[in-house]
Ligand binder design. Structure first.
Ligand SMILES: Cc1ncc(COP(=O)(O)O)c(C=O)c1O
Length: 398
């Protein structure tokens, strides 16, 4: 039996201390679909030292840590340049602007993504054009893209969702044929590979979120853009800080979208472990795949020529809501990415709701993100496997 201190929430340090008269055992901690604090705990000595280094210095914004992180991240991806920004939404927004994309332009993308993808297109002043997805990759269906191209189309914006690369070959061909830019949304795919190349380096520009839950996550907001185009990199550097090359002189109208030194210092530590952490995610995914092979649900697959990094482990099942509720009873907190395709959100439905996207629309009530992060323990993985299997046993017995 698990004894629970009824006065305490997990992590609540102000809760009454145990006494002889009122002893308690720490309640079993739930298993969450993502747990950024586990990543901090795993490297806390190095992270604490990195933060202290910044605190002891004199520059807290746009100093040596940001510069070093940019160089190290560029080297990691194989791109020539990396530009740190305030978040992943800005990475997309500023990239579109740097490419001269704005009012009157159309950008082809997916509706099965974080709202941020569409929001960034609108922040640039352009119009998103939603195209359906390929259920094998959960990304843009390349066979549907050409029909959506109009004289106003300026870019294709594929999202490497859940850590699986989009099928980029046909998109590259279309980009050449119609003279379009490719802006990759890599917010969920740090380190994923397509045809031997890292995502973000396949199109003209790659945009990463460094939000805490991401495969490479800060302790707050952050984003980074990679490109091998020197002129574009220069423009992005201007755009992220009021158009400044030299302080206080605005050469072009810009924004405030800076990455700070504390985040960069933390990210430098975490970047050193990214490849190893991605490998751990792949191992966990393999364990799940093996354990669920005989169950009536669809597990994620990896397409030929791709290396996925399992930002999320998303299964599809008709009993999604029941499975989610059952798991919650076992303290296993699954997620839904995403409960609604973007064009069905109130902010977009009036303008885009009429677009028919059968594959994307079919997913909303089927998908479930099971716990997936590198620090999951064997015991936690077993709890998830056991919970999912027992749900199906109980359903079969009904
Ligand atoms: C696919 C996708 N694109 C863009 C973003 C935006 O990133 P951020 O939250 O750092 O602005 C996210 C993160 O939520 C995302 O998952």
């Amino acid at each position: 039996m698990t004894l629970v201190n009824l006065d305490a929430k997990i992590g609540d340090v102000s809760a009454p201390r145990p006494t002889k008269e009122r002893p308690y055992l720490v309640p079993r901690e739930p298993v969450y679909f993502a747990r950024p604090s586990a990543s901090y705990r795993a490297r806390h000595v190095e992270i604490d030292a990195a933060i202290q280094r910044v605190l002891d210095g004199h520059v807290y914004i746009m100093g040596d840590e940001v510069k070093a992180f940019e160089e190290e991240f560029a080297a990691f991806t194989g791109a020539a340049y990396a530009i740190g920004v305030a978040n992943g939404t800005d990475a997309l927004h500023l990239s579109l602007r740097a490419l001269g994309i704005g009012a009157g332009d159309e950008v082809i993308t997916t509706a099965h993504t974080a709202v941020a993808t569409a929001a960034a297109i609108e922040m640039a002043g352009a119009t998103p054009v939603f195209v359906d997805i390929d259920l094998a990759t959960f990304g843009l269906d390349p066979s549907k893209v050409e029909a959506a191209i109009t004289p106003k189309t300026r870019a294709i914006l594929p999202v490497h969702l859940y850590g699986h690369p989009v099928d980029m070959g046909p998109l590259l061909e279309l980009a050449t044929k119609y003279n379009l830019e490719i802006v990759e949304d890599c917010a969920q795919a740090h380190g994923a590979m397509w045809s031997g190349r890292q995502v973000g380096t396949i199109g003209r520009v790659g945009c990463f979120s460094l939000y805490p839950t991401k495969n490479l996550g800060a302790l707050g907001d952050g984003g980074i853009i990679v490109t091998s185009d020197a002129k574009l990199a220069e423009k992005l550097r201007l755009l992220r800080q009021y158009g400044w090359r030299d302080r206080q002189l605005s050469e072009i109208p810009g924004f405030n979208s800076r990455l700070d030194e504390v985040q960069a210092a933390v990210l430098r530590v975490k970047l050193r472990y990214l490849a190893q952490d991605n490998a751990k995610r792949r191992k966990i995914a393999q364990r799940y795949n093996n354990a669920f092979v005989d169950l009536p649900m669809i597990t994620p697959s990896v397409q030929p020529g791709c290396e996925a990094v399992y930002h999320l482990y998303v299964i599809r099942t008709r009993n999604r809501d029941q499975l989610k509720a059952w798991l919650a009873q076992q303290d296993i907190i699954a997620g839904i990415h995403y409960p609604l395709p973007v064009h069905h959100h109130p902010a977009y439905s009036e303008r885009f709701g009429a677009t028919k996207l059968p594959a994307a629309e079919s997913l909303s009530d089927q998908i479930l993100s099971l716990p997936m992060y590198p620090e999951l323990t064997n015991q936690q993985i077993e709890r998830v496997i056991d919970g999912v299997r027992r749900f199906h046993q109980a359903a079969a017995a009904d």
